[in-house]
Every structure is written in C-alpha cells, then in structure tokens.
Design a protein around this ligand. Structure first.
Ligand SMILES: Cc1cc2nc3c(=O)[nH]c(=O)nc-3n(C[C@H](O)[C@H](O)[C@H](O)COP(=O)(O)OP(=O)(O)OC[C@H]3O[C@@H](n4cnc5c(N)ncnc54)[C@H](O)[C@@H]3O)c2cc1C
Ligand code: FES
Ligand code: FES
Length: 475
C-alpha cells in the first residue's frame, strides 16, 4: 500500500504524498490542482462540466500495447489521483526555450484569438493532434476542436491557423514524451473526502467491491465529476479503475470481439468502425474527442441513461456484457440489461467486465442515427439503430435499439418481427414506419415532445432503408 503518486508536469517530476500535511485530496480535479494549488492559471475554468474546453490539457501515458500515447483531455473531468504514472502537459509547458510552439505561433499569425479565454484550450487540443502527427483537414479540424468553444474570435481564423500547421506537422507517429517510472504497490489513501483506492488488478478490485459494495467505481470520471460539481458531497469513497489494463483489452474469439469495459469510447469507436463502418458518424457525435478519450464504455452503460448513445447501438448489434464479481462471472445479453429508469441488473458488488460484439457477416447492414439539437457535444433527443441481414432480397435477423423513446434504451421485438421475412424495399420500411405509433408511448421532456420523437423515429425508418440501400437522401 502506498499513499504517494508521482507524475511529470511539463517535464518536471512531481511526487505527492497524501499523508503529508497540506497535500490536496486525490479526489480534487486536475483543474483545481493546477489553478488553486500550483497557481498555474493558464488552464482556464469555464463550465466545469466538460462542455467548453477552456480547461484542456494534454496527457501522455502508456497504452495496452506499451506504446506512449498523447491525447487532449478536460482537466475538469479528471481527478488528481488519476495522474499517477502519467505526463501532464499544460499551456505553460509547450513553448520551449523562449520559442512559441508551432501551434501557438500559427494562432498568433492568423489572429486566432480575441479575448483569449478559449485560446489555451484550443492550443492544447491542437498541440495533442500536432505532436501525434495528425494532418489538419476540414474534417479532422472539426473533430480535433469538437470540445472547444470560442465565443468571440469565430472559428475561421482558428481553422486557418490549424491548416497552416500542415506545412510542418510530421506524419502519424508515437510521440517522444518522457514518462515517470511506475511506483510499486497499490495506492490507498483515506483522505478528508473518503477513501481513494487504486487497485492494481481486477481481482483486487472485485475483492474491494465484495468488502465495500457501496463504494462506487470511477473510470473515466466524466459522469462522476459532473455529479460531484452539481451535488458537492462532503464525502465520497471511490475505487479508481482508470489504470486497470485488464479492463481495456481487446480480444477476438470465434465470431466475437471482446472489449474491456474500461476502454475509452474512442477506443471502442476505433475497434468497431472497421467491422461496422456505419457506426463512425454515430460515434463521432458522442460528446467531443477529449471526452471520448477518457469516458469509458463501462461508465456509459452503468450510467444507464435513457438517452445514452452506446446502449442503443449495442442493442442493435446484439451485443453481450460480461459481468464479474469476486465469486464468478456471467454473460448477459444487452437486451434486458436495463431494468428501468437509470437502473440495470448489476448487483452492488458486480462490475461490467467486458462488452462482446458479434463479428458481422457480409450480408449484415447497420443504420445508426443520433438526433440532437447540435451535431457535436450534445445530448441526444432520440437515437435509432437497426442491424439486419439481407439474404436474397429478404430482411432477416433484424435487431433494433432506441434511445430517448422510453425511460430506458429499448429494442422493439414487434418492429423486428415486422421486418423479418419481408422484402428489403422502401415499402417494407414505410410499413414499419407507419407501425411506430403502436409500438411506443414515447417520453416527453425539454429536449423533445413525445409527438416530435415519434415523428422523427418514424421518418428514420425510411431513412434507414434509403441509407442502407445506398441511396443519397435528405433526412
Ligand atoms: C461533456 C459531456 C458530454 C457527454 N456527451 C455524451 C454523449 O454525446 N452521448 C452519451 O451517450 N453520453 C455522453 N456523456 C455521458 C458519458 O456517457 C458518460 O459521461 C461516460 O461514458 C461515462 O463514462 P466514465 O468512464 O467517464 O464514467 P464514470 O464517471 O467514471 O462512472 C460513471 C458511473 O459508472 C460506474 N461504472 C464505471 N465503470 C464501471 C464498470 N466497469 N462496471 C460497473 N460500473 C461502472 C461508476 O461507478 C459510476 O457510477 C457526456 C458526458 C459529458 C461530461
Ligand atoms: S471547464 Fe469547461 S470543459 Fe472543463
Ligand atoms: S477568443 Fe474569446 S472565446 Fe475564443
């Protein structure tokens, strides 16, 4: 057991022993640590909930293959204890020997800043892309800056600055960034906010869950940090699983790909898209790149939101979940995992261990659509995903997933039964569309009335045919 973590901050080693008087609690956010404890105020505080990007930093760490990876992350959604073994780079650390980093130089040259509040965040998102050798195209810039809001400059000059960087950016590569040596032993510290535990193995995690079933897991901390800021509990014990490599593994076995529940949504996207290319646009609309870099699949599923984007897709894919306790494991279908509004069938001492996704046959088609007010960084009003085979012109094995149509993500067996065995034609999908009002009594909330949701879902069935049939259409 140890009460110490160590990391690099802009190249300088930092060792924090939480048992020493005056060391902040490991539960505080990285943003609070930087601004309040280090007086490094270049990293700005805006929303505090992952939406604005003014707190953007870059983080380097090892991935499951042992390669160094560098990515942009929101400092307001990361806990201090999560920095153990990593290299944190902030806006104060990217200029070298009195010379601005090429990203800063380009923003200056193109006048990509006015009030400057968003600028450190914009620079850090761009820095992570530049240092990993990403080319700056209109599409990649959209993604790289998907987590950064600018209120006054307007994005054109920022885009121009990033486009200029193509002159010097090197090709895709592993960044050469130093990492600190790993400290031996398990981190355990009972501070003023409650115990903060970092198990080193899944069996140790499950043992803690057996002893303390009510201690929540925190993995990407994106939900946790938002709830923390809104509820401000005085005490909250937690088990940090963010560095458990076993929970991030990808394995292929007979007909299935298995991905650990601790893998990020971005890793999930990169794993899934080669199998189901139609999932790409859908998953790109999940939050922003920096949120996807840290938020995990397990966290999304355990959150059990009615408008979460991952579960409707998994329902359509006929995916399974591997659940584990210290006493054993079970595999359940995603269909049936959610039991009601924000509830699921996980026992208090149980974790989501992995997601199992069927490898598709050549005849399998996927349609996945998220309806939201904004394209990036928005909660869905409604999601609709449908996966099916077309064999000799006939629809087979249809599997559906809806979000925002009921208090929990759901499939519709009636819709699937209607489609199965019918010709793959516009008439069939128009017939299914007409059936929709009989299948759902839709929810109404601030994001959309029941009438709007029903109309949109019905139209999406027709879009589903046109898109999977390969026809251009206007949704
Ligand atoms: C700015 C922002 C934008 C977002 N946009 C979207 C969006 O577009 N679409 C969308 O669907 N969602 C969105 N979300 C929500 C997002 O899905 C979740 O925040 C995220 O996936 C949760 O993962 P996490 O690892 O960060 O969870 P954490 O905050 O670490 O944990 C969340 C909950 O899950 C539990 N948990 C975590 N892992 C496991 C596990 N392996 N087994 C059992 N329980 C576990 C924790 O105990 C906790 O109760 C957004 C969130 C933010 C902050
Ligand atoms: S402060 Fe707005 S994203 Fe972190
Ligand atoms: S420069 Fe003012 S918010 Fe972007």
């Amino acid at each position: 057991m140890r009460s110490k973590i160590q990391f690099l901050l802009n190249g300088d080693p930092v060792a924090l022993d939480f048992s020493e008087y005056g060391t902040p609690d490991p539960q505080i956010t990285v943003l609070k640590y930087l601004r309040d404890f280090r007086k490094m105020t270049g990293t700005k505080e805006g929303c505090g909930t992952g939406d604005c990007g003014s707190c953007m930093v870059a983080l380097a760490q090892k991935d499951t293959a042992g390669n160094t990876v560098l990515y942009a992350a929101n400092a307001c959604l990361m806990l201090l204890g999560m920095l153990d073994g990593k290299h944190l780079i902030t806006i104060e650390g990217i200029a070298k020997n009195g010379k601005l980093h090429p990203v800063q130089q380009a923003l200056l040259h193109r006048k990509g800043t006015q009030c400057g509040f968003c600028t450190p965040g914009v620079a850090m998102s761009s820095f992570a892309a530049y240092e990993t050798g990403r080319k700056f195209t209109p599409t990649s810039i959209q993604e790289i800056l998907s987590g950064n809001l600018c209120r006054c400059t307007g994005y054109e000059s920022i885009r121009e600055a990033l486009t200029d960087l193509n002159a010097t950016v090197q090709s895709l590569r592993e960044p050469t960034i130093e990492l600190p040596p790993a400290l031996p032993g398990e981190f355990f510290w009972e501070g003023s906010m409650g115990p903060y535990i970092k198990p080193q193995t899944v069996s140790s995690l499950l043992e803690y869950k057996r002893k303390y079933p009510r201690y929540p897991i925190v993995s990407g901390a994106s939900d946790f940090s938002v709830k923390n800021i809104l509820e401000e509990p005085e005490q909250r014990p937690l088990i940090d699983t963010s560095d458990l490599e076993e929970l991030k593994q990808i394995q292929r076995e007979e007909g299935w790909v298995t991905l650990g529940a601790g893998a990020s949504v971005e890793t999930f996207k990169n794993m899934l898209v080669p199998l189901y290319p139609a999932a790409e646009a859908y998953l790109l609309s999940f939050a922003s790149l920096p949120v996807r870099n840290r938020a995990t699949i397990g966290g999304s599923l355990a959150g059990a939101s009615a408008v979460g984007d991952i579960m409707p897709l998994l329902l359509a894919l006929n995916a399974q979940l591997k659940l584990r306790t210290s006493g054993g494991s079970r595999t359940v279908a995603c269909k049936g995992f959610n039991t009601g509004y924000h509830t699921h069938l996980l026992a208090p001492d149980e974790i989501i261990y992995a997601v199992r996704i069927p490898i598709p046959s050549k005849t399998r088609k996927l349609f996945a659509h998220k309806q939201s007010a904004r394209k990036d960084m928005d909660i869905s009003t409604l999601t609709f995903c449908l996966c099916f085979d077309v064999v000799n012109g006939i629809v087979r094995n249809a599997s559906s997933g809806f979000g925002g149509m009921a208090p929990t993500p759901v499939s519709s067996k009636e819709l699937e039964d209607f489609l199965n065995g019918r010709p793959f034609s516009e008439e069939t999908f128009a017939g299914a569309s007409a059936l929709m009002p009989q299948l759902f009594s839709t929810i109404s909330d601030v994001r959309g009335s029941a009438g709007y949701r029903m109309k949109a879902a019905s139209h999406l069935l027709v879009s589903c045919f046109l898109e999977t049939h390969g026809r251009n259409h206007d949704r």
